[in-house]
Design a protein around this ligand. Structure first.
Ligand SMILES: [Zn+2]
Length: 310
């Protein structure tokens, strides 16, 4: 009797120990954040919002980097190799990395373009871009919201246990973008429709123009790969003079030289530097918004445009 009692005591201890071990392993498995590598800051921002504490996000391209021309470095390849999930913006924004992502997807890695789920009927297909879609979707805040579902789906595939968390955070992210979209519409109303002309260095703002009622004129095409010729420069100077455009803009991810020259030739002032294909520096603020976030980018751009053109 005594012996049986001590046996059951040992069994109880062993069981308790094993259960504690299993429980601690499960906790560790669900609290280690998912390693996500992304290309551009705009995508990083959305993944952070949807993923929250469940993800740790590494962006390959920082402030001022032009994604059209960007090639993966040796250290980028390591970051991509270590990632459990990879997101890129897509629609050939990362023109020089597209092939790499396709290869990784074929090899069974979790790689997805954030813009995969955006309604194709609402995408622009400029003639200059030879049958491809315009990739600068983030400038229409409502359209950019279409990336959230894809991000939520892919994160959930990799971490099913966090599905309710991703779902809740995706809804919050959607709400924030709706609010931002409303703010942009109210803010741009301060500019008369006749003065809503946005002259920039490369054609990144067509979605912005369509969503918020601006005519958009750019020196270079939808990609920065082709440089502007002399004829383009002369044509743009004539346009600015005849239309009496109040201000033109340089971009953070494109060299400023040609726009500065056009500004001198046309006698028009530069309204400031817009964030086009990259977010700003994290920790720098505009009206309380961190420039390293998508919200900060939109607030800063829209305030610059409105103040220069109104
Ligand atoms: Zn661009």
């Amino acid at each position: 009797m005594r012996r049986e009692q001590s046996w059951s005591g040992v069994r109880f201890l062993v069981w308790t120990f094993l259960r504690l071990l299993i429980a601690s392993e499960l906790t560790a498995a669900t609290t280690t954040p998912l390693k996500v590598t992304v290309t551009v800051g705009m995508v990083a921002d959305l993944v952070r919002q949807v993923g929250g504490d469940e993800v740790v996000v590494t962006a390959l391209m920082g402030p001022g980097v032009d994604p059209h021309m960007y090639k993966a470095t040796a250290s980028d390849l390591v970051k991509l190799q270590r990632a459990e999930v990879i997101f890129y913006s897509g629609l050939h924004l990362e023109g020089k990395m597209q092939g790499l992502f396709e290869k990784m997807a074929t090899a069974g890695r979790s790689v997805r373009a954030a813009t995969d789920g955006v309604d194709k009927a609402r995408l622009l297909k400029p003639s200059a871009f030879e049958g491809q879609y315009d990739p600068h979707v983030w400038f229409d805040t409502a359209l950019w919201s279409g990336c959230i579902q894809t991000i939520q789906t892919v994160l959930t595939e990799s971490r099913p246990a966090a599905a309710p968390v991703f779902s809740r955070q995706a809804a919050v992210a959607r709400g924030r973008l709706e609010e931002l979209d409303r703010w942009v519409k109210i803010r741009v109303d301060q500019v008369d429709s006749i003065r809503r002309v946005l002259v920039t260095s490369h054609d990144a703002f067509n979605y912005f123009g369509r969503a918020y009622g601006f005519k958009v004129v750019a020196l270079q095409g939808v990609s920065t790969v082709t440089e502007a010729g002399l004829a383009d420069v002369t044509q743009l100077v004539d346009f600015i003079r005849t239309q009496k455009v109040p201000a033109i803009f340089v971009e953070s991810s494109v060299p400023h030289g040609t726009i500065e020259r056009i500004s001198r030739d046309a006698g028009v002032r530069i309204g400031g530097e817009l964030f086009s294909d990259a977010l700003g520096t994290p920790g720098k603020f505009h009206q309380g918004f961190d420039l390293g976030t998508y919200e900060g980018m939109v607030h800063r751009n829209v305030d610059l445009i409105v103040e220069a053109l109104k």
